[in-house]
Design a protein around this ligand. Structure first.
Ligand SMILES: Cc1ncc(COP(=O)(O)O)c(C=O)c1O
Length: 478
């Protein structure tokens, strides 16, 4: 029997022979391979099978006896003396390493779900079929030809300088952000920015305030860091500060996610003063501010005053395409070095080639014209969806403010959100639920309907299915 132990023994980390044997036996017992009352091979047999000296085996058996794992009965042999609860034994035997408390916090968030697309009505997807593929391809090959091996080595953790400059120029002109290229940190995603900020600013149990309802990606990043997340209520001017102090506050001022409410100027000024007074940081997620349809979006909160305590985030996921994996964070000059060093610990830097291509795409004016085109396209799609809801779904759905964004949030006036979502999935319709975006006990039921990636025809046909579903449901519950 002891030959079965050979592989396990050989897998033990290097160390003294006695300690390796002890570790092997502890592992076999705790993983349920050696059960309560099981008899172990004699020390002579074990020594022969594992090519150890009998003294070593005797010493290991004696140690495990003193630890309570084994019992030695004179003249009868050595037996396992503890019973490991089944749940512990089976979870340990699935080869899953025991996670740290932080690891468990990360898992408890449930992770972030990104939408498969294009698919009615997955939220947050841009239109990829209208992307200027030809220009992108041309710029890619010219960048590779021109820069060659210059973009094949390791890069700067804070980003590729020409892209930082292009982003700073774009942000100054389009979003009123006050920054130099040196303040722009290029990252993989807004999600990475949130994770990095959580890592650097939060200790366990520190307070972070988030809008309610709010973006789950932000909540997950803060919960994963062990922070205490408190929900801020909203009114028609945006998020309302709570009493007390938060180290970080997460805000979506351009249009609140997911209700679409833009933050008023008075409320913005109030937040800036609050952050200065409290010495807290405001995280401004400017995620899809470019897509405002009825008027220009208000300039970024960050640029309203100089030296503001605002860290502004933006992402190419919505403006270009999600798999590009490029986003930015504008930080005050005194934080750049520290955040760059922290980023180098996380994953080094973002890939150089896509950064160089994106910089060129922006410098040659394609980025601005792509945004213009997408704004028009999404505007007409938003109008089509609104018209469908207002004319065909009045008894059931109430659209919320729809000034911008890639999705339209609707409240469910009658009917069960979970059941209807399940029925819709059976019909091939994805309805992202509104209620999980509330962390508190009360929540509004509804859906966040992504429209940007759907043609007007696709919107109407998805609405046909939704109307059928809602009217069928109304009949069965009458
Ligand atoms: C409010 C908000 N911020 C950020 C993102 C995603 O950005 P990224 O892909 O860069 O993590 C989303 C995606 O839906 C979002 O809704």
């Amino acid at each position: 029997m002891s030959q079965q132990f050979l592989a396990l023994f050989n897998h033990q980390p290097k160390g003294g022979l006695r300690e390796r044997l002890c570790m092997m036996l502890r592992q076999a017992i705790t993983q349920g391979h050696l059960q309560h009352h099981a008899r172990l091979p004699s020390s002579r047999q074990m020594a022969a099978d594992l090519s150890l000296s009998r003294v070593t085996v005797e010493a290991a058996y004696a140690q495990l006896e003193s630890e309570g794992y084994l019992e030695r009965r004179a003249g009868r042999g050595t037996f396992v003396s503890i019973a490991i609860p089944q749940r512990l034994a089976s979870s340990a035997s699935q080869d899953s390493p025991p996670f740290s408390r932080r690891g468990e916090q990360v898992l408890a968030t449930g992770g972030c779900q990104d939408p498969p697309f294009p698919h009615a009505f997955a939220a947050g997807s841009p239109e990829l079929r209208a992307f200027p593929h030809e220009q992108w391809r041309r710029i890619s090959s010219s960048v590779q030809r021109r820069l060659g091996s210059q973009v094949m080595g390791y890069g700067d953790p804070v980003g590729y300088q020409p892209l930082r400059q292009a982003v700073a120029d774009y942000l100054a002109l389009s979003r009123g952000v006050r920054c130099s290229a040196e303040q722009v940190v290029m990252l993989t995603s807004s999600q990475q920015a949130l994770q990095l900020l959580a890592l650097m600013f939060l200790d366990n149990d520190d307070e972070v305030w988030l809008e309610e309802p709010g973006y789950p990606g932000a909540r997950n990043a803060f919960l994963a860091a062990g922070a205490r997340c408190r929900a801020m209520p909203l009114d028609s001017e945006g998020a309302i500060p709570l009493s007390g102090r938060a180290k970080l506050v997460y805000l979506t001022p351009a249009h609140h996610y997911p209700t679409g409410i833009p933050m008023s100027l008075a409320r913005r000024l109030h937040w800036l003063a609050w952050a200065r007074e409290q010495q807290s940081w405001l995280i401004e997620d400017d995620y899809d501010s470019e897509f405002h349809y009825d008027d220009r979006p208000a300039p970024a909160l960050q640029g309203l005053e100089s030296d503001s305590r605002v860290i502004c985030l933006g992402t190419f996921s919505k403006m270009l395409f999600p798999s590009l994996r490029l986003a930015w964070m504008v930080v005050p000059p005194q934080l750049v070095d520290a955040l760059g060093r922290a980023r180098s610990v996380m994953d080094g830097h973002s890939a150089l080639l896509p950064q160089a291509i994106t910089a060129e795409f922006m410098q040659q004016g394609y980025f601005a014209s792509h945004l213009r085109l997408m704004r028009q396209l999404y505007h007409s799609r938003r109008d089509r969806l609104l018209e469908q809801i207002n004319t065909r779904m009045q008894p059931w759905l109430k659209p919320l403010q729809a000034a911008g964004g890639l999705q339209l949030t609707v409240c469910l006036k009658q009917g069960e959100e979970v059941k209807l979502t399940q029925h819709a999935a059976e019909l091939g319709l994805r309805l992202p639920r509104l209620s999980p975006l509330y962390a508190g006990n009360t929540s509004q039921k509804g859906w966040i309907l992504g429209f940007a990636a759907l043609t007007p025809g696709e919107i109407v046909s998805a609405c046909d299915t939704l109307v059928m579903l809602l009217s069928r449901y109304a009949q069965t519950t009458r």
